[in-house]
Write a protein that binds this ligand. Sequence first.
Ligand code: 3H9
Length: 687
Amino acid sequence: MNLAIKKRDGIAVVTVDNPPVNALSQALRQDLLTAAETLDHDSDVQAVVLICAGRTFIAGADVNEFGKPPMPPHLPDVVARIEASRKPWVAAIHGSALGGGLEIALGCRFRVAAASATLGLPEVRLGIVPGAGGTVRLPRLVGPALAADLVTTGKPISATEARSQGLVDALIEHDLEDGAVAFARSTLQHTLPLPLRERAVAAVDDGFWGTTTKAVAARSKREEAPLRALACVRKAAEVDFDAAMAFERETFLYLRGSSQAAALRHVFFAERGAARPPELAGVRARDVRSAAVVGGGTMGAGIAATLRDAGLPVILVERDESAVARGLANLKSIYDGAAKKGRISASAAAEKIGGVTGTTDYRALADTDLVIEAVFEDLDVKRQVFALLADNCREDAILATNTSYLNPQEIAAEIRGQDRFLGLHFFSPAHVMKLLEIVPTAGTAPEVLATAFSLARILGKIPVRAGICDGFIGNRILKVTRAQAERLLLSGATPAAVDAAMRTFGLPMGPFEAQDLGGLDIAGFQRRAARGRGETPFAPIADRLCEMERFGQKTGGGWYDYAKGDRTPQPSPVVASVIAEAARGLAQRDWSEEAIADCIILPVVNEAAAILDEGIALRATDIDLVKIHGYGFPRWRGGPMHYAEYRGLNDVVDRLEQLSRDGLATPPCDLLRRAAKAGGWAEINQG
Ligand code: 3H9
């Protein structure tokens, strides 16, 4: 049984207990339906409180069931049965009432909540719309404007906000069950409000649907679910309850089987799996109660802000007083910016900034649990920092480098206590980007690695374990993206055509626009260093632009030209002639957007497969997370590995072979061929 029923003096308390998040499995739906039937006929019961055990109220439909045929009883019928009950049901909400959980609560006559609870309809995050009346009942309760906002963004609201909007009838301060039982009893003194199905939807201003549709379309770009969710709310305002329910159900079932929903479900489980790597099961993480960052540049300040946002006191170490002042100023500008945009209050910003102490003295780190180094990318400089850290920190303090290109093994080579050392690679801006590559060395202790994963959770990051190679997972793949983009230019495409094709594919920016924004000089510097090591990076056009000091927006020109004070990229005649020069004698062709995307994405998949084969990434899903959370790969495509698998790995192999025959890509690697033969990544995954 997933639920228990007890009686408290005329009030039945139905307690759902279906760990971990009380998801609405088929068995639970059946139990709820049976409970509604039984309690309706129980003359000892005058009202019902629906409450949940564990950490949350019902967090929604069971996402594990989405890939399978729907099994009765269906959720809309369960909600309808509760709503039709002859006795008032009161949903008592703690934790999160999400998706189907909120829909059940909307079927109840009343909702009460702990102040810390949140409520929402996050279905669009899974590529679907609410499928059990959420889009039909919610506008009847809170009006179409708020309903449209909640279903199209998927963002939950706090119980306090829900109370002020009429979604929640009362906030319960002390014991939730006691408070809900008292509330249920109090309702018996009054006439009951109508069930939501019998209420009308409030009218909206002229033009509301047109304006909202435009805004949602602009926000959701090629994501399908948000606009369809809005269409459901509109339908609820325009037709009767049953017709609106039928429309919602049809939309839900259609989207449930869509490629976007499959991709978003894949990401949902990948994100949760990443936080708990099976290879670390049973390894205890250490507590991290204090942290320090060495280096107060853009990266160091962003990392310090991330640590502060998680409530940790932070020490910021720099080499001299003026560098300390600059580091603290960088941090202040992060929080001032957030306060200006209204993301945090001025007092919260002051509190965050106040929690960072600047110093030049490494002795200040004597009692710090975790130190993250974010100084200049120079092996000797980093080694000097770690020698000082080893001398001044506690023996069990965790020491991490944020290097993006150097070998952490070499950085650590001479320090004492190598078991406490590892790479923590944040992405810029570190306080915004979700990805955290965790890079252990051969000597990193499992407990230290487990601490890095638990730290990621505390910081709200998506952790991915990466092995040591040039660029780890993300930047190694980025190099392939950029090289492919240049190959396209050498064979007839323009920067504008490549960027447009990648935006059509779903990326927020094309590879050339992105380089102009970030600056071409850093990659140019890295290529020079790589050549010094005897490597042969491929970037004939970018090299030439660097020689011309066309570093991007900051120099008024890179892959594009920019008018003063204007960030709009304009095609550059200078770049066109550099490309023409470099492409002289090479075969030119016309490129469709689809062919451009293939020429970039499929070699990315091939490189990712090689990364998997070398053990640099443990799982294909980890690579998807790296691309989504570090590089803007569209979430609704599920990441490059999911995209390739959904499209068909045999097709990917065939296309890559064609590209390689045309001299535009390397041939499919061994692991990609094996995965294609086996029918998927999971079939050959070692991790
Ligand atoms: C829906 O309701 C459709 C309806 O409108 C229509 C139906 C007809 N199902 O996130 P955590 C697992 S769509 C199955 O780490 P937290 C999760 O995989 C649904 N499993 O916990 C993980 O498992 P494991 C709309 C689920 O405390 C474990 O629970 N609802 C589901 O950080 C812990 O998860 C949503 O989209 C689920 N629905 O956060 C809500 N949810 O331990 C999605 C979680 O084996 N869930 N699991 O790795 C959440 O947002 C968070 O889990 C929550 C708790 C905030 C509830």
